[in-house]
Structures are given as C-alpha cells and as structure tokens.
Design a protein around this ligand. Structure first.
Ligand code: PGA
Length: 226
C-alpha cells in the first residue's frame, strides 16, 4: 500500500521538521510513504518517506509571481508532484488548459505525477460520475509510466463522508480499463476506515488529507495495516 499525506496549508518549516523526524522513526524502508508539505517547509534532509510538491508552475523559473518552478523543486530533489487536486481546481480556478500544461511539463521532465480526479456531489447524485471522470482524464497521457491516479470524490474530501467500498471498486474497475496507472483513493480516509479501503480490489494506496496532519494519526493509519 502507498500512503500519501497531503498537508495542504498546514505545518510550518519548524513543525514539519518535527513531523518528518517522528515519521522517519515509525516507518521502515519497506513502507511506501509520500508526504506533500507546503513548499516553504520543504526539507533538504534525507528521509524514509518521499517528499512531493503540492503545487508547481510549469516553468523552470521566470516572471510568475508567487509560483514555484522546477528549479526550486530540483534544489530539494523533488521529483513527485500533485496535479489536479480539487482545491486547486475549485478554489484557485485551475482549468483544464493549465492542468494539461502542468501534466505535459511534468511528463517532459519525467516527474512522478499523482493526478487527482473526482466528481461533485451533484454529479454523483446524477449518476454521471464515469463520464465526468473521463473528461477529467482527457487531457493527460494515460500511458505515462510515472502516473498515479487518485480518485477523490469532492463530496468526500474533508467531510467525513467516505465513498462506500462498492462505489470505489466500481470506479477503479472502470479506470483500470482505461489505464494501467496505479490507483489511489482519497477523501476522508482515517484510522477507522483504512482497513476497509485497503481491501478494495485494485486499490493500491490512499491519499490522506486532514487525518495526516497529526503525524501520530498518520502513523496509526500506516501501522494499522501491519
Ligand atoms: P481529506 O482530504 O482526507 O481531509 O478528506 C483528502 C485530500 O484532499 O486529498
């Protein structure tokens, strides 16, 4: 299982240093753990987890006020990026054109991409989730070898309402007909539901938001599958 922590806009350089130290002590080389801290908290030290970037702009550097370019990621040895998270899509209005250029830039530079897709509650209730997800995937190369897809229903993110196992299984089986990419589930994953989610066919990992912000809670999620 792959365990991904999305710290979002939480943790400072100091608090992430402690987070990283505690996490290192509680995971082994055999665990596949990725952590996405805020960019100002990136660490240059070696860790047992892989550090990734929550966001970047598809450039090396340049006149892009407030953005993070590849040159800055390189300095921290970061080769893993998140693209398409619903908060970037909805709050920061990242549209398909930008997501496409981010993906293409990442592919050109051989970065590992976790590409997030997911439907709103309205689309879920209409029963058109699969069509919607396909549209979200239209812009990217589904054969890209360093691609991981995270299925994160928007209505499940930060709400405590996890999608039920049958729904996730059905979506994963649909996605697996379109791509060989590794599939993750995200949306209200916590210490109570991790075992159930881990059992779902084709589920190779989880993307954890709020339940990962407390390092001990994230460790409990990882260790509960031992
Ligand atoms: P959540 O967030 O675990 O708090 O629902 C998941 C995510 O946004 O990736």
């Amino acid at each position: 299982m792959i365990f991904v922590a999305n710290l979002k806009c939480n943790h400072t350089r100091n608090s992430f240093k402690e987070y990283a130290e505690t996490l290192d002590k509680n995971i082994s080389e055999n665990d596949i753990v990725l952590v996405f801290p805020p960019s100002v908290a990136f660490t240059e030290e070696k860790h047992r987890f892989i550090q990734g970037a929550q966001n970047f702009y598809p450039c090396e550097n340049g006149s892009f006020t407030g953005e993070v370019g590849k040159e800055m990621l390189d300095e921290f040895g970061i080769i893993t990026v998140l693209i398409g998270h619903s908060e970037r899509r909805c709050i920061f209005n990242e549209n398909e054109d930008l997501l496409k250029s981010k993906f293409e830039f990442a592919k050109k530079h051989n970065l590992n991409v976790i590409y997030c897709i997911g439907e709103s509650e309205e689309i879920y209730n209409q029963g058109t989730t699969k069509d919607f997800l396909l549209k979200q995937l239209n812009n990217i190369d589904l054969t890209y070898e360093n691609l991981i897809i995270a299925y994160e229903p928007i209505w499940a993110i930060g709400t405590g309402k996890v999608a039920d196992s049958e729904t996730i299984k059905d979506i994963f089986s649909f996605l697996s007909q379109k791509t060989e990419a590794t599939l993750l589930y995200g949306g209200s994953v916590n210490t109570k539901n991790i075992k159930e989610i881990a059992k779902i066919d084709l589920c190779e990992g989880v993307l954890v938001g709020s339940a990962s912000w407390d390092v001990n809670n994230f460790i409990e999620i990882i260790r509960s599958l031992d």
